[in-house]
Ligand binder design. Structure first.
Ligand code: 5GP
Ligand code: ZN
Length: 113
């Protein structure tokens, strides 16, 4: 889609700190990280959000789900990581192109003490 930020990143039109790429997906560092490691996995196909998936996207979605652990491992997230998908306005989805956040290396202060 011509006016989409993540389509432009996927096409290399806008630069990104790339972590992984294949024919179906690209993974790059978030420009405003919310954790010491924060990357986004983005399908190259323009899909607006989880709400717009169809059965045609089943292979693509399973490809992404199976790649998450490889990318996490490559990034050294051996102690765990958080995977987030924001959908729509109430979730504050700011970029209207489906993306999976992977966040890691956070040191939580919970439980206290
Ligand atoms: P959302 O809130 O839509 O789930 O997440 C969008 C994410 O995209 C945010 O974490 C934001 O920091 C990131 N982002 C927005 N613009 C850019 C950009 O131009 N480059 C990169 N690498 N990340 C971006
Ligand atoms: Zn797009």
């Amino acid at each position: 889609m011509s006016d989409c930020l993540f389509c432009k990143i996927a096409e290399g039109e806008i630069p990104s700190k790339k972590v992984y790429e294949d024919e179906q997906i690209i993974c790059f560092h978030d420009i405003e990280p919310q954790a010491p490691v924060h990357v986004l996995i983005v399908p190259k196909k323009h899909i607006r959000s989880l709400d717009d998936l169809t059965s045609e996207d089943a292979d693509l979605m399973s490809h992404i789900m199976l790649k998450i652990k490889d990318i996490a491992s490559e990034l050294g997230l051996d102690n765990g990581y958080r995977t987030v998908i924001n959908t729509g306005e109430d979730a504050f989805q700011t970029v209207k192109h489906l993306h999976f956040h992977i966040l890691g290396k956070r040191k939580l202060t919970w439980p206290p003490g």
